[in-house]
Write a protein that binds this ligand. Sequence first.
Ligand code: PEP
Ligand code: MN
Length: 291
Amino acid sequence: MNSNWTRIFSQFGLVFRAENQPRTVVRVGEIEIGGGEFVVMAGPCSVESERQTLDTAQSVARSGARILRGGAFKPRSSPYAFQGLGLEGLRILAKARDLTGLAIVTEVMSECDVELVAEYADVLQIGARSMENYSLLEAAARSGRPILLKRGLTARLEDLLRSAQLIVECGNPDVILCGRGIRTFETATRNTFDIAAIPVLNAVTHLPVIVDPSHAAGMREIVPVLARASAAIGADGLLVEVHPHPESALSDGDQSLTLAGFSDLMRDLDPFLMLRRAIADADLLATEGGD
Ligand code: PEP
Ligand code: MN
């Protein structure tokens, strides 16, 4: 391994990938993340109503998503914006799971809510704004639920792996890392999609890595192409925002795909997923070869 990466990342011994170490596979029911299958998680930014959530869940399940996303507790840029339905939102998500068989991923923002959210969710999402909230990470880790850990807006990969290490240290090995774009000087997109993070993380950690192209882009136009790029470069899956009526969404409507848009995204991923298998077989995702 590149000696710079060894210097930076080997301090996180529980998540560092030693030479030839197998990847961690995170199991959510029958779903395996990091095990070769490309797992797509999709749904609304926020759970707004039962109708909106159930319609979205049924549609994304038909299109091939395996996990339903939806925020019941929302970290908004403004404290005056819609903050989520809380417990009612969790109940709606559980209903959607019963109806569709999809597993549920939803964010937990406060350590006080961990027990409650873990009762309803299959996977606990730690949002970008909470990535370094260590007391929240410890409480979430101890719930025993798999953790989807999003990269902070200004977090280096080193910072992301420090947080992952803490979760594993608390006895929870089931951590899924999620790239969601980082803050740079670029304003044409909401965040900057750090595509290099995927091969770097695949080299330095054994944890699965997924991509949230919705928050990276901030606009639905480029979500599908970022999704395809992620599949081709070795991500283990996606987290995608989908809404039946994005124009009236209470959060992140501009970056949410319509139900039909998501179905197209899934269809258009197919050749990339085939390519992905061929790429992996030929070892073309290896980070060596530049010398
Ligand atoms: C979200 O997934 O809706 C969300 C708030 O994401 P992030 O924490 O990456 O901003
Ligand atoms: Mn969102």
